[in-house]
Design a protein around this ligand. Structure first.
Ligand code: GDP
Ligand code: GDP
Length: 438
């Protein structure tokens, strides 16, 4: 489900700190200086059975102390358009500022669910000071200390309560047996050109899903013996030029598309190469365990010598590491180069992702490898792996049953993953490897 919870607010109120709390990770760089480069601007979370993606709008603001108010206003506007729930974060230590008032005005006018969260309420004295924030007029107001975590449970309770129930795609006449493909990537890489090239004129738009959370359009492709849904959440065809340039906007759209899809065609521009934003989209696809094919588009614009593609691919994979078992296609939508191959590649990844490997085959292959390369003794524990199974989930996940699962090191896990990839067809899919006690 593409539920998006957006945290908005002035710089320095604690958005990044709260974000890390909500997604249960405290690895992000949190600094006293606002506007520090952060690479974790969105993360996946769940609470009381509801799934959602948390987005920290502050992570998109470039520059430091002189962040333009206009920029913040634009972000609030986009959050209003794109998010399911908005958490409006303020800071008790500064009290209500003019910009807070202005954001509050923007938010009050819109029909989206808004939760006002007053941060840095670390002690009872601040609790008293925080009462002035009721004057902003939000029924759902919570007091937090993001740094200690107090109050965040209450915030999540409200978030979970107001998120819509999961609607199954089937309820909207989307057939579950047909692969869902999304084209994702930065503005101007060629997404709409590819969509048009694939769909041509006779497009058969199945359904325009209504509602605030599922504004996805599924278009059925059925030609040359292939059948799939192409998912458009980006209004790829009718472009929303207004916000196009904004990273925040395009990332929100990518998040929604990824949630809806089985496989993503991640397009990058050959003349630009792979950028941080492309890598974060790739990271998100991987994290959500969706399939991926990388399209290096506008290949017609590249001066080609022997090995140009090979060298390009090598540089690309260095940046993608460790997730490099991904098919890369060099396309030119303009010159109709390898368009149909993108479909074939995506469908192949779809099959890789949903395959169930025979248990006997899995054990024959993997136990032999393990016997030859057993896990190293760790803290005196001799680890014995006895049996391998695949879990019944919607992506490839494997359990290795052994005597001391906690003593298996990450390096051995990577080794196992690589061996699985080497012996089975797992290209383009994120897999999970677990060690459990037997
Ligand atoms: P952002 O610019 O809105 O993302 O704010 P940050 O998350 O970077 O936080 C700004 C500063 O406020 C940092 O120094 C944080 O350590 C601090 N901070 C965040 N949450 C709390 C809190 O609950 N209590 C206190 N005392 N400080 C906080
Ligand atoms: P989107 O923003 O990702 O949907 O990108 P568009 O499909 O609108 O393409 C952006 C621009 O790149 C347009 O001017 C396209 O004509 C151009 N373009 C798309 N694909 C190619 C390609 O393969 N080669 C070249 N040279 N230009 C392309």
């Amino acid at each position: 489900m593409s539920n998006i919870v957006a945290i908005v607010g002035r710089p320095n109120v604690g958005k990044s700190t709260l974000f890390n709390r909500l997604i249960g990770e405290r690895k992000a760089i949190i600094d006293d200086i606002s506007g520090v480069t952060r690479d974790r601007i969105y993360g996946f979370s769940d609470w009381n059975g509801k799934n959602f993606t948390v987005v920290d709008t502050g992570g998109f603001v470039k520059g430091s102390s002189d962040i333009f108010e206009a920029e913040i206003r634009r972000q609030v506007q986009i959050a209003i358009e794109e998010a399911t729930v908005i958490v409006f974060l303020t800071d008790v230590t500064t009290g209500i500022t003019d910009l807070d008032e202005e954001i509050a005005r923007m938010l009050r006018k819109n029909p989206k669910k808004v939760i006002l969260a007053v941060n840095k309420v670390d002690n009872s004295q601040r609790q008293l000071m925080a009462n002035e924030f009721w004057s902003l007029g939000f029924d759902d107001t919570v007091f937090l200390s993001s740094i200690s975590g107090s109050g965040t449970g209450e915030l999540l309770d409200i978030v979970a309560e107001v998120l819509p129930e999961n609607i199954s795609p089937e309820a909207n006449q989307i057939r579950p047996d047909i692969p869902r493909i999304a084209i994702v990537g930065q503005p101007n890489v060629g997404k709409s050109s590819l969509t048009n090239a694939l769909m041509g004129e006779e497009r058969n738009i199945v359904t325009d899903l209504p509602g605030t959370t599922r504004d996805a359009i599924y278009t059925l492709y059925n030609k040359f013996g292939k059948e799939f849904y192409l998912i458009d959440t980006a209004g790829i065809r009718k472009k929303a030029k207004v916000h196009e340039d904004l990273e925040f906007y395009s990332v929100l759209r990518a998040i929604k598309a990824i949630e809806e899809a089985d496989v993503c065609l991640l397009m990058i521009d050959a003349t630009v190469g792979i950028e941080a934003q492309d890598l974060s989209i790739l990271g998100l696809i991987q994290k959500r365990k969706k399939g991926v094919v990388i399209l290096v588009n506008k290949w017609d614009l590249m001066a080609k010598e022997t090995n140009t593609a090979r060298d390009f691919e090598m540089r690309l994979k260095e940046k993608m590491a460790p997730f490099t078992d991904v098919k890369i296609l060099f396309t030119s939508v303009m010159e109709k180069q390898r368009i149909f191959q993108t479909v074939e590649a995506a469908l192949e990844v779809y099959e890789n992702r949903r395959q169930k490997i025979k248990t006997s085959e899995l054990n024959d292959v993997m136990l032999e490898i393990i016997e030859k390369n057993p896990p190293p003794v760790h803290r005196g524990k001799q680890i014995k792996i006895k049996y391998v199974g695949q879990l019944p989930v919607h992506y490839p996940a494997f359990v290795f049953y052994c005597n001391f699962p906690d003593h298996v090191r990450d390096s051995y896990r990577s080794f196992i993953e690589n061996q699985l990839r080497k012996h089975f067809k797992l290209t383009g899919v994120s897999i999970a490897v677990y060690f459990r006690e037997k």
